[in-house]
Design a protein around this ligand. Structure first.
Ligand code: BDP
Length: 594
């Protein structure tokens, strides 16, 4: 799905601003053609933190805005695109239904060419943010054993972040010409010192159209014409894309009819390869280690709203601390975040919104279908980003038949078998097959909390684990916890050879709370914990990544283990100030990267 852009053949305008919102707790509203009154609401941003009385409201709300068709757009195909609406969206223009979409973090668009007026257009979006067992991520399970963390937090999520709702990313109005480029897929390879850029394009039906592709930048200027829409462009002495040198080339695609350019689209691309080889993860043929974080799109007042300044700030913090990578925990991030990663040279594990999955009724079959929809949409959206080096199909799925993590290893520290549910195994096989088929070039991972008995790992190239030894288990005993984890990681690697990433480790830390000797919740405890984990991970050549949980403190549901309704595992506070651990990690990571 190409991001809208302005060019000599395309136009785009942003409908962000002050909209109106009408809450509909009884689901009786019928405001498809618009409503009078309601409250003012800023788009993009979640509603929860903007409107005091609606903080915990997760039901139905109707959004509305009006717009005029920009001058000169008539004659083009016209679309409205929603970059993110959480969770269900149903959309009407001038009282006519355009369609619906499920899932909070991936874009969708509607063709409004035949419906849009020159003036006085009323755009209405019915948003529903209810937590339900058959949604992904699921909720509304009230601590049901075996499928949840066993807690009953409020609001009742099956995951550990606040379920912010609303129109959370920009809404764009854009044009495409009547004959248009509809998709571009880029796969790059390296041949000696040449960079090879394989491009596949699609366009609207029509005889007599051909495609011209031009690659420019860093001294390159390669052009090729193609009848089929496919081409292979070779860049001699190519400047490869990497975290140290995130070189981007400009790929210009033109759709041509009889010598006249009818559409034009420009894409920034990076020439790089990513591969798994034995225990190693190779970027451009050389081993790479991922140093970084899990993060959340989360900030006071805007909730999960897209805020360009916050994106810049977070990249600045990650740079400062010496990170080169992050995982989009636990949903795909904004397209703005992805674009900057390409420019700044960050390596991304791109994760679908599948967090807190369970493989029992209710909602089993439906959840599986929604997961596959997300995989299609995520790969379609992000396939051309050089920064995206891996797809994550799930975070901590409850795959085991029994939820009994503490008994997965016996007294003598051998694996005690805890079989996975058949439904989990077949679901992940289907999902991995789909992802491999859609993108044969990037490795897959599944982020497990089950360890060596995780059967879903058989379908993915990279095994990722979340562990909190010395925190949730072996509390107060960092050394004991780290030793135990070290043995566990070795056991996992014996069973599942290949690259391994510790995708989460960390401690809740109250800024300003100090203790010597270090004690849980103190800044010293977090600093020591992270330093010891990193030293242990560094000692294992097959550990290709270390992602601290979390970059910043973030908002959660209310529950007994979340003071302030915050997860305090950030090395930065929610307002982006460093804790002691940030300085410690910086010393280690920057030392490592030179
Ligand atoms: C893991 C989850 C993550 C949580 C974290 C924690 O993947 O979303 O926030 O633990 O408890 O289970 O801090």
């Amino acid at each position: 799905m190409l991001y809208p852009q302005n060019s000599s053949t395309r136009q785009m305008t942003d409908l962000s601003g002050f909209w109106r919102i009408q809450f509909d707790p009884d689901n009786t509203g019928a405001w498809q053609a618009g409503f009078d009154g309601g409250d003012v609401i800023a788009v993009p941003a979640s509603w929860n933190d903007q409107i005091n009385e609606r903080r915990d409201y997760l039901g139905t709300a109707w959004y509305q805005t009006t717009f005029a068709l920009p001058w000169g757009w008539r004659g083009q195909r016209i679309y409205v695109r929603f970059n993110s609406v959480n969770y269900l969206a149903e959309v009407w223009l001038n009282g006519e239904r355009l369609g619906e979409h499920e899932g909070g973090h991936l874009p969708f668009a509607f063709d409004i060419t035949e419906r849009v007026r020159d003036d006085g257009n009323v755009l209405v979006v019915r948003v529903n943010g209810e937590m339900k067992p058959d949604h992904v991520p699921p909720g509304g399970l009230a601590g049901q054993a075996g499928v949840t963390f066993g807690r009953a937090d409020f609001p009742d999520t099956n995951f550990d972040f606040f379920p912010f709702c609303g129109i959370q990313r920009p809404v764009l109005l854009y044009t495409m010409p009547p004959e248009a480029i509809t998709d571009i897929s880029v796969v790059t390879t390296i041949d000696g010192t040449d960079g090879v850029v394989n491009v596949k394009t699609t366009h609207t039906a029509g005889a007599g159209l051909s495609t011209r592709m031009t690659l420019q930048g860093h001294g390159a200027n390669v052009t090729t014409d193609s009848e089929s829409g496919e081409a292979r462009l070779t860049v001699p002495n190519a400047a490869l894309w990497s975290p140290d040198a995130p070189t981007l080339y400009q790929l210009g695609v033109e759709l041509v009819r009889g010598g006249t350019v009818v559409d034009r689209y420009t894409l920034n691309i990076g020439i790089r390869t990513i591969a798994v080889d034995g225990d190693r993860l190779l970027l451009n043929g050389a081993p790479i280690k991922l140093l970084g974080f899990g993060r959340h799109e989360d900030f006071p007042v805007i909730g999960k709203g897209m805020l360009p300044a916050l994106i810049v700030k977070d990249y600045g913090l990650m740079r400062w601390i010496g990170a080169n990578s992050f995982r989009t925990t636990h949903y795909p991030y904004s397209e703005q975040m992805m674009e900057l990663a390409d420019q700044l040279g960050f390596l991304i594990i791109d994760e679908t919104p599948a967090v807190g999955l369970f493989f029992a009724e209710p909602g089993l079959v439906r959840r599986n279908e929604v997961c596959k929809q997300y995989i299609r949409e995520m790969i379609d959206r992000d396939k051309n980003h050089p920064s995206v080096i891996m797809w994550s199909l799930a975070n901590e799925p409850h795959t085991a038949k029994q939820d009994a993590r503490d008994t997965y290893y016996g007294k003598d520290f051998t694996v005690v078998e805890h079989p996975s549910r058949e439904a989990a195994v077949s679901s992940f096989k289907e999902q991995a097959d789909l992802a491999h088929q859609l993108d044969p070039t990037r490795p897959l991972t599944i982020v497990s909390h089950e360890g060596a008995t995780e059967e879903a790992w058989q379908f993915v190239e990279v095994k990722s684990l979340n562990r909190y030894n010395g925190w949730y288990t072996q509390s107060g005993q960092i050394e004991v916890g780290v030793q135990r984890l070290s043995r566990e990681i070795d056991l996992i690697h014996e069973r599942y050879p290949g690259p391994f990433i510790l995708t989460e480790f960390g401690t809740d830390t109250i800024p300003g709370h100090h203790a010597e000797p270090p004690e849980m919740f103190s800044e010293e405890y977090q600093a020591e914990f992270l330093a010891k984990y990193i030293a242990m991970l560094d000692s294992k050549p097959f550990v290709v990544g270390q992602h601290i949980w979390n970059l910043c403190d973030f908002k959660t549901s209310q529950g007994v283990i979340r003071a302030n309704s915050y997860n305090h595992k950030g090395v930065f506070t929610r307002d982006r100030r460093p804790k002691l651990a940030a300085h410690r990690v910086r010393e280690i990571w920057r030392g490592k990267r030179g």
